[in-house]
Design a protein around this ligand. Structure first.
Ligand code: ZN
Length: 82
């Protein structure tokens, strides 16, 4: 990535290892230690093209699962405050 500024807020972006929640259809894969460029102001993440491609490959690969957790999706708006 040649541009070292955040596209949204103009903040400085730095290379970091991050956790990515990757959605592929109905499958959610959590990828750990992904090298990303992270904005120090708004936290927006940017990925190099090769990294993005590898994330997609990894998310679709069934055999590389390190561990599994159960993920529940809940609609926050339907929850009544008591
Ligand atoms: Zn930003």
């Amino acid at each position: 990535m040649p541009e070292k500024k955040c596209y949204f807020c103009g903040g400085t972006i730095k290379k970091k290892k991050v956790r990515v929640d990757y959605r592929w259809g109905n499958e959610l894969t959590i990828l750990e230690n992904v090298p990303a460029w992270v904005c120090n102001q708004c936290g927006e993440k940017y990925f190099d093209t090769e990294v993005a491609k590898k994330m997609e490959r990894l998310a679709k690969a069934k055999e590389k699962v390190k561990k599994s957790i159960n993920v529940s999706i809940k609609e926050f708006g339907k929850v009544k405050a008591s």
